[in-house]
Design a protein. Structure first.
Length: 95
């Protein structure tokens, strides 16, 4: 239950920062802003819970390979992405 609460907190934080809704994050919408927000949520959820990558993907109603794509995109991210992650971890208390 703790992991689900943490994911909910992450989703709310990222939705607010990206200007999207939780529904946008959980959807299959391929708009760039929604994809980036979803990938950020998946990355933060994995790094701050005890869930496996497959369990994180499942929490977002995605196939396990979606997590691999998110991981690759986040790790290859530019300075803006890395800065967002740094501050998100601090703001959420996961650092």
């Amino acid at each position: 239950m703790r992991d689900q609460q943490r994911i909910k907190t992450i989703n709310n934080y990222v939705a607010d920062k990206y200007g999207v809704t939780i529904e946008d994050i959980m959807s299959n919408d391929t708009k760039e802003v929604n994809v980036k927000a979803r990938q950020m949520c998946m990355y933060l959820a994995y790094r701050s819970t005890r869930l496996s990558n497959a369990e994180v993907a499942d929490a977002y109603n995605k196939k396990p390979n979606s997590f691999d794509i998110a991981w690759k995109n986040i790790n290859a991210g530019n300075d803006e992405v890395k800065t967002f992650i740094k501050y998100a971890k601090m703001d959420l208390g996961y650092e």
